[in-house]
Write a protein that binds this ligand. Structure first.
Ligand code: HEM
Length: 405
């Protein structure tokens, strides 16, 4: 990859670029190579950047790089809140939402998360093996959400179906691959289901509030402003796509790493107090959400790296490369659970920094705590050592783990 920009990309170059960024199996080395080669590529139709200084600049300047880029073709009929908004309306929503996802609020859920984690582990511990992706990682975040919404466990399949209908339409209809009609059909039908289901739930909670997250959305008020029914639906739509897969995918990346690093497994067992800091380091190292959502240049802009971005051009920035920045991290290519002041940007940077970061941290830390208490030693199941990292958000399909009986 080169600093190439002005001439525009040939079809082959665009293909090579997409191939090189879609291969997520060994991203740290890949980012190193791409950075050595300039870390910037694009033309007037698209820019892909890995240079940390540019990434920080793009994510910090919402007046120059807008997130208000339409409805994204996920079946949603309005922009997602707060992801597809710019300040000042973005600020209004974050002011309302931040207190509901504060570290204190999320800490209140810790025991509930542990019960849910243990129930899943109960299901396979005696077998001495599991498909970690399917048996734990894909279920746990949805189960946690049911708890936050005050819904019973029998709604789990409904939730998993909503998530799949938008993010993995091929699981609903095998013909729904690529960008074709079948994908649109599945997404539109699922979106309709999301609006219907959560619409009814909002109506119910308005009449009979409980201690769940929807009731809190209804009650919360800042400077006389309250969330409307549509606001809540647009937030819930984003939660289904931003709050479920991200944690599942992070878990598979974490366990693929840990299963192949027995020394660090032993550290987590011997010194469980280190788990919160191990979570931060694994988030930095794996950066499961490797790229931010595209931003659109609102005017012609010169980046700190000297590159020119024309007005209207979508800009994709890579978060994983920033998390290997030697000016921010000592020995960035080493995974150190005791790394002090780990200022990674795996949750993004700037005003759109992840709303669910504290929720995600608790989900990840509770999993590591309960798992290592009960399954202190594990590895990749023999015969399943080749890990299949899928494109999109980084994750390992069918991560098979085994442990002594
Ligand atoms: C380990 C798991 C997670 C990771 C790695 C992650 C990562 C991210 C990243 C990188 C962004 C910024 C995107 C951008 O600027 O383009 C983001 C935004 C967001 N995330 Fe997460 N996320 C995780 C879990 C969650 C959870 C559990 C929730 C549920 C509440 C959530 C809700 C959101 C929302 C609502 C936004 C948009 C914030 C805004 O636009 O102001 N995320 N996340």
């Amino acid at each position: 990859m080169s600093q190439k920009h002005d001439q525009g990309l040939s079809r082959e170059e665009r293909h090579a670029l997409l191939q090189s960024v879609a291969d997520l199996s060994n991203p740290q080395e890949r980012y190193r190579q791409l950075l050595a080669d300039g870390g910037f590529m694009g033309d007037e139709r698209m820019v892909y950047n890995l240079q940390p200084e540019n990434t920080a600049f793009v994510l910090s300047n919402t007046d120059l790089f807008s997130s208000a880029n339409g409805v994204m073709g996920l079946g949603n009929i309005r922009p997602l809140i707060p992801l597809n908004l710019d300040p000042p309306s973005h600020t209004k929503y974050r002011t309302l939402l931040n207190p509901l996802f504060s570290p204190g609020r999320m800490a209140e859920q810790r025991d509930d998360f542990a019960v849910r984690a243990n129930a899943l582990i109960d299901g396979f511990i005696d077998q001495g093996e599991c498909n970690f992706t399917e048996d734990y990682a894909e279920i746990f975040p949805s189960s946690v959400f049911l708890g936050l919404l005050g819904l019973a466990e029998d709604k789990l399949n409904l939730f998993l179906g909503m998530r799949d209908g938008i993010l993995h339409p091929e699981r609903i209809d095998p013909e729904a691959v690529g960008g074709d009609e079948a994908v649109k059909r599945v997404r539109d039908a699922t979106a309709h289901q999301i609006y219907e289901y959560f619409g009814e739930l909002v109506d119910r909670r308005r009449v009979e509030p409980t201690d769940d997250i929807i009731s809190r959305f209804i009650e919360t008020e800042v400077d006389g402003y309250k969330l409307s029914r549509d606001d809540i639906l647009d937030i819930m739509f984003l939660f289904v796509i931003a709050g479920l897969d991200t944690v599942s995918d992070s878990l598979t990346c974490f366990y693929a790493y840990l299963a192949t690093h027995p020394d660090q497994q032993r550290t987590l067992v011997a010194v469980p107090e280190i788990i919160p800091s191990a979570v931060e380091e694994l988030l930095r190292w794996e950066t499961p959400v490797a790229i931010a959502f595209p931003r659109i240049a609102t005017q012609d802009v010169e980046l700190p790296g000297g590159q020119h971005v024309p007005k209207g051009c979508p800009v994709i920035v890579n978060l994983g490369a920033s998390n290997l920045d030697p000016t921010l991290f000592d020995e960035p290519y080493e995974v150190r659970f005791d790394r002090p002041r780990n200022r990674h940007i795996a949750f993004g940077k700037g005003v759109h920094r992840c709303l669910g970061s504290h929720l995600a941290r608790y989900e990840l830390a509770v999993t590591l705590t309960e798992w290592h208490r009960r399954i202190p030693e594990y590895r990749l199941k023999p015969g399943h050592e080749d890990l299949n990292y899928k494109p999109g958000i980084r994750h390992v399909q069918d991560l098979m783990l085994s442990w002594p009986g």
